[in-house]
Design a binder for this molecule. Structure first.
Ligand SMILES: *Cc1c(COP(=O)(O)O)cnc(C)c1O
Length: 436
């Protein structure tokens, strides 16, 4: 078997959309981006959606839009991809990292404690597609003592009059909250369309606005579209029309627009997302749960509760009672069997750069606990039932080796022997495909 971790979904409809862009000879921001934005508005019921060239650039733009600057603080979880923190640092502000809960998401109680008069925004991260506790976060930012502490220093801050709630929804397109798209639960929701995400444009992202009605969504949309194009008064399509050459630069924007040729990939995928791609992800997650739930070491990922449902972006398996080193060994053993797994995430305070600027993992015990026993299993629509079954059996076999014999006592070459003994006899169905 050779099961990659997360290959992009590319079928004929994706190829046709990209070909159409090429044949129409319009490859930068234009009709495909417009159509993708429209699809995202429909999927999420957001007021407006602005496509950009990555989650990271979308987050930088929105923090700058809100006026986040040196001396300000933005509260984020310690357990996320580095981009969450870097977007804050790129604005010159300070990321205030707080610990997570057992569901991988930012702990609202710790958010509350971290709020100061310098706090301008909170970026909550929907790890694996599981929406954060937005009901609680929305309550906190509207508490009178929190509102009184808020110091508005820009026009947008004055208009909002409180801390901005941003959702890092890089994983969570299609997730729901109280029957609505979870994007409706934050002022600003940012999706990533990076190559491994549920919907991809190779590289890309999208900013969705669901601001209070005192903001004009249409005015903000038009302003932000210009922001993605150096603050230029006209986009390339408008300039290309006869006589449309003259333009102006209205403010200091960024250059972070999404090209049509990229939007074409996502456009084809999003048309199949709700009826085909997302249901298949859900089905795979259920099969993993069914296949593993009788194991006494299995910790089920958060997938669904009374008001939330994940987007099944990752299947973050956790294994009770294993060390970080044992987890690493299981991933190596899975790789030997042809199953590519991953870890989401290495908490930022464990990474060199964040250590160098003063963050310490000992301050985030829950993040470390989640990380050290976590293995993300392959989950994507192209996985066959046969492959899913193989992943389940491989996980059971490789975990069993670690749980039966503490890793420390095991000479390196014994692992391979154990894999042969414990796994291969169970895998006769897969014949020569098992490369060990
Ligand atoms: C992928 C990811 C990002 C960054 O997305 P880009 O589009 O690559 O900038 C941010 N946050 C999380 C949680 C991610 O997984």
């Amino acid at each position: 078997m050779n099961i990659p971790f997360s290959p992009p979904f590319i079928d004929q409809s994706v190829i046709d959309q990209v070909l159409q862009s090429l044949q129409d000879k319009w490859i930068t921001t234009g009709p495909k981006v417009k159509a993708l934005e429209q699809e995202i508005v429909e999927l999420t019921n957001s007021d407006v959606a602005i496509c950009v060239n990555s989650w990271t650039s979308g987050a930088i733009m929105m923090l700058k839009w809100f006026g986040v600057k040196p001396g300000d603080e933005v509260i984020i979880p310690a357990y996320t991809y580095c981009a969450t923190a870097l977007s804050v640092l790129h604005c010159g502000a300070t990321p205030i990292m707080v610990d997570v809960s057992d569901d991988f998401c930012i702990d609202p109680k710790k958010v509350k404690k971290a709020i100061t008069s310098k706090t301008k925004a909170i970026i909550a991260v929907d790890i694996s597609g599981w929406p954060c506790n937005y009901v609680e976060l929305n309550t906190i930012i509207r508490e009178s003592e929190v509102i009184n502490m808020f110091t508005a220093e820009s026009e947008k801050q004055q208009l909002l009059g409180r801390i901005l709630l941003v959702s890092d929804a890089a994983h969570s397109i299609g997730a729901t909250y109280n029957g609505l798209a979870s994007a409706k639960m934050s002022d600003i929701t940012i999706f990533s369309f990076h190559a491994v995400k549920n919907i991809t444009t190779a590289e890309g992202g999208c900013v969705c606005l669901n601001l209070p009605p005192r903001f004009s969504a249409l005015t903000e949309y038009e302003f932000l579209k210009k922001y993605t194009l150096n603050g230029q008064s006209k986009d390339a399509l408008a300039k290309s029309k006869g006589g449309g050459w003259r333009y102006d630069i209205l403010f200091q924007g960024l250059k972070i627009n999404m090209p049509d040729i990229c939007a074409a990939v996502g456009l084809a995928q999003i048309k199949k997302y709700i009826n085909e791609l997302l249901p298949r992800r859900k089905e795979i997650a259920s099969k993993y749960c069914k296949g593993l739930e009788q194991m006494n070491w299995f910790i089920k990922p958060p997938l669904q509760d009374d008001n939330r449902e994940t987007s099944y972006h990752l299947f973050p398996l956790r294994i009770m009672g294993i060390s970080e080193a044992q987890r690493d060994q299981i991933i190596d053993d899975l790789a030997q069997l042809g199953v590519a797994a991953n870890v989401h995430f290495i908490p930022m305070p464990m990474l060199t750069y964040f250590k160098s600027i003063g963050y310490k993992i000992k301050d985030y015990p829950v993040a470390y606990k989640q990380y050290s026993c976590e293995i993300s299993l392959p989950i994507y629509p192209q996985l066959s039932d046969n492959e899913i079954q193989f992943v389940i059996e491989s996980v059971i076999a490789t975990v069993q080796i670690q749980l039966n014999k503490p890793r420390k006592l095991q000479p390196k070459n014994r692992i391979k022997e154990d894999l042969k003994l414990n796994i291969l006899p169970n895998f006769s169905d897969y014949g020569q495909q098992t490369h060990i």
